[in-house]
Design a protein around this ligand. Structure first.
Ligand code: GN1
Ligand code: MG
Length: 368
């Protein structure tokens, strides 16, 4: 096998109980955090695999991370079996154990690896139309529903991950230190953050007051984390389970619209391209309320428009934090990549805010 990015796959792959003869290993997808490879086997009747190097500077507790994922996938698999689902292999991720029976492998360089079975005949999208948005809405509601009775509580893979108060604190700390001297150039943006910070932190306050529960969410519901059948487009499964953990329930709803209802990519440097797509909002919301409406509280439903505003705002703050820190978190292709991402998400936030009344009216119309 070839050696890619200084990785000797011959050291890693034999550690896992994979079946078939390995033909090739090549990079897969465009994740911004982990490195992902497709492992192709020669035999027709053997699966292909997805090998991932877990970014352990972000997921510092790999043991907990993999434990969470195992609990979640096992739980979903049981539910699907009980429902008599026939296509289980394509409806939930299946991780492959190592020869020692573990769900990850640490190599000599202390790099962490995991393998899952490749989902055949499936596709992901970077953008969605209204039909897929509607399906995604139903799917995320169902996904959360299946996890409402998970018997064990999941650990916080990344503590305070979607906690807006924490994200503001992180930002303020880096602004204070200004380690790479970029603060002066972004003062105007920082002022906008500060102006709206208190309003954006209302969910954490409501949680502290006991009014808003934290339950198990996916916490990374970008469009490209869902898979659909390659032939007829029916929804298959939710992937990228790294951040499945207790969070505010409207997390997944808000975060999906952050990527799906943006009329351009999250890193488009031309802010004139950034608008909020009302039709995508409506289609997704319809699907989500149809499935999740059964278990959301009235307050959670009331806060849905707020969630659509919160996620681009939070993402803008997070990208800015990384920009001011010197770009250690997200992979960057050029020096102001994180700055462009931050400006893009701030513009999206401002666009969403203009649609607040429309969102409220639409949600109210669905519940009648
Ligand atoms: C990261 O791993 P990926 O690319 O799906 C990030 C999300 C951000 C997203 C922005 C663990 O997701 O929270 O919304 O980038 N995941 C983590 O593109 O920080
Ligand atoms: Mg992803």
């Amino acid at each position: 096998l070839n050696i890619m990015q200084n990785v000797d796959f011959n050291q890693i792959l034999p550690q896992f109980k994979i079946e078939g003869t390995i033909e090739s290993v090549k990079p897969l997808g465009n994740g911004l955090i982990n490195d992902t490879y497709l492992v192709v086997t020669k035999e027709e009747n053997q699966p292909n695999y997805v090998l991932q190097r877990i970014n352990d500077s972000i997921f510092t507790n790999v043991e907990l991370l993999q434990h969470n994922i195992e609990l979640v996938t096992n739980h979903i698999r049981k539910k699907l079996e009980a429902q008599g689902e026939e296509d289980i292999q394509r409806k939930v991720l299946q991780f492959v154990k190592t020869i020692d029976g573990k769900n990850y492998f640490m190599d000599k360089e202390r790099r962490f690896w995991r393998i899952m079975i490749f989902i055949p005949n499936a596709q992901t999208f970077e953008t969605v139309d209204t039909k897929y948005s509607y399906l995604a809405g139903v799917a995320f509601g169902d996904f959360e529903q299946m996890l409402t009775d998970l018997p064990e509580t999941l650990g916080d893979t990344i503590p305070d991950f979607h906690n807006m108060e924490f994200r503001m604190k992180q930002l303020r700390e880096v602004v204070e230190k200004d380690p790479v001297g970029r603060v002066d150039s972004v003062k105007e943006i920082l002022d906008i953050f500060e102006k709206d910070a208190e309003r954006m932190c209302q969910a954490e306050r409501l949680h502290r007051e006991g009014k808003l529960p934290k339950r198990i969410c996916h916490c990374d519901t970008k469009v490209n984390n869902m898979m659909f059948d390659a032939n007829d487009g029916h929804f298959l499964l939710v992937i990228d389970l790294d951040t499945v953990m207790p969070s505010l329930f409207f997390s997944d709803y808000g975060d999906f619209l952050r990527s799906a209802a943006n009329t351009t990519a999250e890193d488009d440097p031309d802010m004139n391209n950034v608008h909020f797509n009302e039709d995508i909002f409506k289609a997704f919301t319809k699907g989500y309320i149809e499935s999740a409406g059964k278990f959301l509280t009235p307050l959670e439903i009331e806060l849905l428009p707020y969630a659509v505003e919160l996620f681009p705002f939070m993402q803008s703050v997070r990208f800015m934090w990384d920009y001011l820190s010197g770009d250690h978190y997200w992979k960057c292709k050029y020096p102001t990549h994180n700055l462009d991402r931050s400006r893009n998400q701030l513009k999206l936030y401002q666009e969403v805010c203009k649609h607040e009344q429309m969102m409220k009216d639409y949600i109210a119309s669905l519940q009648i």
